[in-house]
Design a protein around this ligand. Sequence first.
Ligand SMILES: *[C@@H]1O[C@H](CO)[C@@H](O)[C@H](O)[C@H]1NC(C)=O
Ligand SMILES: *[C@@H]1O[C@H](CO)[C@@H](O)[C@H](O)[C@H]1NC(C)=O
Ligand SMILES: *[C@@H]1O[C@H](CO)[C@@H](O)[C@H](O)[C@H]1NC(C)=O
Ligand SMILES: *[C@@H]1O[C@H](CO)[C@@H](O)[C@H](O)[C@H]1NC(C)=O
Ligand SMILES: *[C@@H]1O[C@H](CO)[C@@H](O)[C@H](O)[C@H]1NC(C)=O
Length: 652
Amino acid sequence: MDTTCEIIDEPQQSLVKRIYYSARDGMAIALYTLLNDKSDVEVDCLINQKVLEDDGQRCTPLIVAARYGHNKVVRMLLDKFKPDLEQEGTVKFNGYVIEGATALWAAAGAGHLNVLKTLVKAGANVNHTTKTNSTPLRAACFNGRLDIVKYLINHQADINIPNMFNNTCLMIASYKGHLDIVNFLLDKAADPNKKAYCGATALHFAAECGHNTIVYELLKYGAQMTKNVSGMTPLITAAERTREEVVEYLVKRPEVTKEEKIDAYELLGASYANDKDNYSLNMAYTYLWKAMQLRYSDTENIIHKQLGSTVKAYENWKECETIESLESIKFNPNAIHMESLAIRERILGLHNPELPHPIVFRGAIFADNARFDRCIDLWLHALKLRQLNDISVVTDLLRFAQVFSQMIHVGVDLDISQVINVLEASVTELNRNKVKIQNPDSKDDIDQCVEEMESNITTTLYILTILTKLMTLNGNSDESDLTQAHHLVHKLCALKVCLKDGQTLLHLAVNAETPVDDFHTNDVCKFPCAATARLLIRCGADINAMDNERNTPLHIIVGYSKAISDFATLHSIIIDLIEAGAHMDTVNNRGHTPYDAVTTGVAKIILRTRTKLSLTCMAAKAIKTYDLPYRGNVPRSLESFIELHGPGLNQS
Ligand SMILES: *[C@@H]1O[C@H](CO)[C@@H](O)[C@H](O)[C@H]1NC(C)=O
Ligand SMILES: *[C@@H]1O[C@H](CO)[C@@H](O)[C@H](O)[C@H]1NC(C)=O
Ligand SMILES: *[C@@H]1O[C@H](CO)[C@@H](O)[C@H](O)[C@H]1NC(C)=O
Ligand SMILES: *[C@@H]1O[C@H](CO)[C@@H](O)[C@H](O)[C@H]1NC(C)=O
Ligand SMILES: *[C@@H]1O[C@H](CO)[C@@H](O)[C@H](O)[C@H]1NC(C)=O
C-alpha cells in the first residue's frame, strides 16, 4: 500500500527529512517531538513518506529504524503513531540492493532480533516477501541467524516460500553452510527435494560448496541425487569443484553406480589438474589412477572409455585407456593437463557452463610462459564453447588483444587466421549486444548492455589495428585469409555500432583521444591509426557519420596536434577520407566545417589542396546559411544531404 497524501511544500519536505533522519539515527525523543503536535491526518501522512538517500536506500522512518536496529524508535512509532507495518522500501546490505523490503524484512536482514520481535508482536506479516520473493526467514537463513529463524518459524513463518528462482530457504542455508539452520528447517519438515529453476536441490548447493556435514544431514532426511539442468548430479558437482571429501562420501552411497563412481573420480582428478585455486598434480594423478583401477577392477567386465574425437586445442590429445598408458604420463605435467582437459570435456559435455574456466586458466599459464600459440588455441576453444552456449565470454576479447599485442611487440609469429577468428567472435558479440539493446528483457539489462558495448567496441578497434599490422607485415598473407578479413570488416561496418557519444569505429580510429588499454595493447595500438582507418573506409564504414556533436571523422582528424611529427598519419587519413567522398563542408554543432576545425597549419594546407567544393555542396550550404525553406521543395534524398550542411535550423 502506498501513501496517497502528497507533500509538496518546502517546509513540509524538510520536516519529512528531519523525521526520517531522527528515525535512522535512533533519536526517539527528537522524533516524538517532531510528530507530537501534529494532527492524526498529518501524522498519518508524514510517517509513511519515503526518503531517498544518496546511497540508494529509500525507506520510511519505520523501515530505516528497523534496518539500523533502533528498537526504541520502532516501539515508540508503533505505540504512538501507528505507521503502516507493511510499507515496502529499498534497503541496502553489503552492496546488495533489496527492493520491496518491509520493516520486518529489514530487521531480519540486518539481524536485529529485538526489533524483529517488536514488529511481529505488533502484527507484522511474517510472510511478506520482497520484489524477488524473498521472505524475512530467507534473509535470516542467508545470514545464519538461527535465533531469528526459530523465532520466525515459531510465529508461523512459511518455510516453503521460495524466491523468484524457486530457491528455497533450505537451499540458501545449505549453500551458505549453516548446519544448525539446515537441521532446524529439516526438523520442521522442509522438503530437501525441492528444485530451483536451474534444477538444483539443496544437496547440489551443499555438495558444490563442500559442506560435508550438511550433505550428510540432507541425505539423512531423504535427499535424493538428481540432475540439474546442466545434467550434473550433486556428486558430479562436487567433483567439478574439487570437493574431495564430499566425493568420497557420496560414491559410497548405494544409489551410485560403478560408472558414476568412475566418472566422479575422473572428473575430480581432471579438475585438480586445471583448477585455479586447488591445483594439485598429485591429487589429479591419484584420482585418475583410482578411476582407471576401477575400470579394470572386474576382469570379466572391463569398463572402457567411450571416446569422441580429439580437440586441437588440447594438442589433439587422446585419453589414456589403460593403467600402463596412464602410468607412463605420471611425471609429465603437460600430458596430465591435456588428459584432464579432454576428460572434463567428455564428462561435462560441450554445453556445460563450467567447462571453459579451466581452459582459460591453462591458457593464461601458457601465456605467462611465452607459449602464446598454445594460449591462443585454448582461449579460442573456450571462446567457441562460450558462444556455442550463448553465454558472455570469460575469455574476454581484451585478453586476446593484449596477448596479440605482446606477441607482435616481442616479435613472436602471430598467425593472421587466429586474429581473424577473434575478430569474428567480436563481430558476433557486438551483434548480439546490439540485438539485446534493441529487444531488452529489462531496464537493468539495457544499462549493462550499453556499458559492455562501449568497451567491446574499443576492444574490437584494437583487434582491427592488430589485424592491419599483420596484413602489412607479411605481405604474403594467404589470399583467402585476406578475403575473409575484409568480409568480416564489411560485416562489422554494416552493424554501424557507436559509443554513447556517437563515435563510430572510424571516429575512434582517427582520434588521438581514443583510450588504449595499457597492458601490452598500447605497445601496438596507437591512434590515430592510418592503416585502421583505411581498412574501415575500404570496407564500407560511413565516412560522413556524425558523433553527438555532429563531428565527422574528418572534423576529428584535422584537430590532430602532432601534425608535424606524425605527418604521414595525418596526411594519409585526410586523403583517404576525402577520396572516399568525405564532405568538406559538413558543419558540426558549433557551426564549424572540417576546414574551420583545423588546428594546425599543416592540416590546413593538406585540406586546402584537396578542397574542391562540388556545386551541390555549395548550393546546400547556401540553403542552410540563409535558412531557405527546402523541405518538400526538393527530392527527399536531397533533404538529408542538405541537413549535413548546417545544424538543426528550424524547418517547418
Ligand atoms: C504465513 O504462512 C504460513 C504457512 O502458510 C501460515 O500458516 C501463516 O498463517 C502465514 N502468516 C501470515 C501472517 O500470513
Ligand atoms: C517453482 O515451484 C513451484 C512450486 O513448487 C512449481 O509449481 C513450479 O513448477 C516451479 N517452477 C519451476 C520453473 O521450476
Ligand atoms: C548445475 O550445477 C552446477 C553446480 O552447482 C552449476 O555450476 C551449474 O551452473 C548448474 N547448471 C545450471 C543450468 O544451473
Ligand atoms: C579450494 O580453494 C579455495 C580457495 O583457496 C578454498 O576456499 C577451498 O576450500 C578449496 N577447496 C578444497 C576442496 O580444498
Ligand atoms: C564486453 O565488455 C564487457 C565489459 O568490459 C566484458 O565483461 C565482456 O567480456 C566483453 N565481451 C567480450 C566478448 O569481450
